[in-house]
Write a protein that binds this ligand. Sequence first.
Ligand code: FAD
Ligand code: NAD
Length: 462
Amino acid sequence: MAEDTFDLIVLGGGPGGYVAAIRAAQLGLKTACVEKEDALGGTCVRVGCIPSKALLDSTELFDQIRHKSELHGITVGEPAMDVGRMLARKDAVVKSNTDGVAFLFKKNKIEWVRGFGRLTSPETIEVAAEGGARTLRAKTIILAPGSVPIELPFLKFDHERIIDSTGALALPEIPGHLVVVGGGVIGLELGSVWRRLGAKVTVLEMAPTIFPGMDAEIVRQSDRIFRKQGFDIRTGTRVTGAERKGDKVSVSIDGQEPIEADYVLVAVGRRAYTEGMGFEEAGVRLNRGVIEVDERFHTGVGNVYAIGDAIGGRMLAHKAEEEGVAAVEFSVGKHGHVNYDAVANVVYTWPEIASVGMTEEEAKAAGREYRVGKFPFQANGRARAMAETDGMVKVIADAKTDRLLGLHILGPRASDMIAEAALAMEFHSSAEDIAMTVHAHPTLPEAVKEAALASLGRAIHI
Ligand code: FAD
Ligand code: NAD
């Protein structure tokens, strides 16, 4: 069996793995990345962030044309969506991104070793590839195998009518009725895609609210808006099973009548994907499948590090990327750094929801004395000009030091606005720092400034 030697090998070509590989190459290391799929980019680029945002952007435009043109004085006929073309555009967007990663690998002289990799020792990975097995050896190995959807034992995927997020990104038709099990990020994002095209969407959430763990006030407001948009949201609801009846699925619910659906999207979270890769045999510790690492992302075995969805914490592409960079830097004796307090969370519904730092409930539970400042988009000139006045900005600041503890946005383009708050968290800014910063007028981020002013009791426009 051929044996190839590298300085560093990354297992997994998702946002954690491919970014780690690029950083390693930048540092002059001979680098390989093992990826089993036929394209680089991982869950995020192939079947996650990128295709879901492509569909959200297409359907947002459709929704705007359908419901907002009239308001702006534009007369259009009833628009029609060609689902096939929408999906083809999404596939093209994905391809341009996966090709982009392949280009970056070439540019940085990173070898993509295609095939399923197993850790056979702290310094070797065996890759089962089409052309025969290959053993790769390196002083440093970074594990970045990512995650997969959780399957409920009483609601198993048939990948036809009972589907995961990957299935919901490629439905061949607009469902009459889409039942979504799980009122989390995927449920509301992909639920929005198909609702905007005319599907009836019922969300069945086990917890007392959608988005458990998010700031409760933001959750309440967004829940109200989603219901107004037509979502049938049923919280505190326990699904007990589903029965396939031809092209329909009957979903049974504890204490309620069964619901008949055309498709059932099960989106109840993701789990680390770590089985069958020789990790435990090589001495890497797993805790319920999650790779255990120390604060340097080291697994405790040789020079083996791990990052991304497979090590737990929030399952976000940008978190995985930062961990990838930090792990590589630690591995060469540099100082890596990931500030988890400044990792933003975004839900790409419309309006969007974005947050960074503590929720009000977390600040309370931590016994912090805090001040809250809020500013509604209703009072923001640009939001009025756009006719996008739903939502608000909420600032949470330490009552004594004024340090920013958290910032939450429900509103148009919250995803773009949250960068300012992440920077403020990174710089340990006070609410006053944001309030004193000149914001261009008229812009949506003025609502962020005004919320910061409100936390100091001196908002101008409310
Ligand atoms: P992954 O992206 O899962 O990559 C792991 C890679 O390793 C995969 O390509 C896999 O094939 C490969 N691999 C695994 N084992 C082996 C092996 N043994 N041999 C070879 N290759 C292997 N996050 C955001 O921040 N923003 C979003 O908008 C967003 N939207 C999402 C939408 C959806 C529908 C989904 C499902 C997820 C979304 N996420 C989003 C989450 C994001 O995709 C993940 O957090 C991110 O991809 C994690 O990166 P990773 O590198 O750790 O793992
Ligand atoms: P999630 O954790 O966001 O939501 C899952 C929801 O399902 C929760 O509200 C949970 O209470 C509920 N649930 C769990 N078991 C249930 C059951 N038996 N019946 C009914 N409800 C149940 O998970 P997700 O939406 O599947 O997304 C997975 C991960 O992917 C997320 O954690 C997120 O990190 C990532 N993701 C991120 C983005 C983004 O950043 N915009 C988008 C999509 C996915």
